[in-house]
Design a protein around this ligand. Structure first.
Ligand code: PEP
Length: 275
């Protein structure tokens, strides 16, 4: 296995107490990186020092850099894909990579339903049902999933943020079995904050995170609502991560731009136990 070669890494601080949610810090490299720059970034992360024991760190790398990352990234950072096919098995699905193939490689996480994929880059994007079918296929194959949801600028301005999130969550409440939720982290990413430098204020993000947790309590179960992690995504960086991560319902981040630099290390060091 690739893992054998990976340097160990190290942790610091206290693990989460019984009933506390462990922070989840995800990096999303998107379609960035050459072989040389990916190697340099892995080196930066390997030298990034200890990871707080109350945090889990994952990087979602381009498919093409998965073998490199699995072979050389420190072993205490997990590796995610940024998408997978909706096909359950390998086969005649040109251009797709299925969850089973990811598991076979040693990948443990996948990002599903990122707003950029929902939008579609000028192609047909992924709708709420397709996204959740992929979540289910991925969980069934043994992957953990960062399941992205979030509203657009005009939807926030129209006051429909929670309606949009509820519509994105509703197929999951139907399709996922209760035990599947332990493999899922919800990444709440207001689309207007992604890659724009605009961040939701901690209070604004907290309000929506609490709304999402309440929705899960009502439509899935109270237990799942208490256990499920809800990450914030949208221009999170070292300088704003601490205030966001202190909010009671913000359990981590999904970080794009800042995950391409040493600033990602600053972000994971912002996982300070909430008082
Ligand atoms: C993301 O890619 O999910 C994201 C939130 O990007 P950024 O941090 O660059 O806004």
């Amino acid at each position: 296995m690739h893992h054998d070669k990976r340097p160990k890494g190290s942790s610091t601080g206290e693990p989460p107490k019984e009933g506390e949610r462990k922070y989840l810090i995800g990096g999303n490299w998107k379609s960035n990186g050459t072989l040389a720059s990916a190697k340099a970034l892995i080196e930066t992360l390997n030298k990034g020092g200890p990871i707080p024991a109350n945090a889990e760190v994952v990087v979602a790398v381009p498919f093409i850099h998965i073998p490199l990352t699995l072979g050389s990234l420190r072993g205490d950072i997990e590796v995610a894909a940024q998408n997978c096919g909706v096909n359950e098995k390998e086969g005649a699905y040109t251009g797709e990579i299925c969850a089973k193939q990811l598991v076979d490689m040693g990948v443990t996480w996948v990002v599903i339903g990122h707003s950029e994929r929902r939008e579609g880059f000028g192609m047909a994007g992924e709708d709420n049902e397709l996204v959740v079918k992929k979540v289910k296929v991925a969980v069934d194959a043994g992957l953990k999933v960062m399941f992205c949801i979030g509203e657009k600028k005009e939807e926030r301005e129209a006051g429909t943020t929670m309606d949009v999130c509820a519509a994105q969550l509703a197929p999951a409440a139907k399709l996922l079995a209760k035990e599947d939720w332990s493999k899922v982290s919800i990444a709440y990413e207001p689309v207007w904050a992604i890659g724009t430098g605009l961040t939701a204020t901690p209070e604004m993000a907290q309000e929506t995170h609490a709304g999402i947790r309440q929705w899960i309590a009502t439509n899935v179960s109270e237990d799942v609502a208490q256990a499920v992690r809800i990450q914030y995504g949208g221009s999170m960086k070292g300088s704003n991560a601490k205030d966001l991560l202190q909010q009671p319902d913000i359990d981590g981040g999904l970080i794009g731009g800042a995950s391409l630099t040493e600033d990602f290390v600053t972000c994971w060091n912002c996982c300070i136990r909430r008082s």
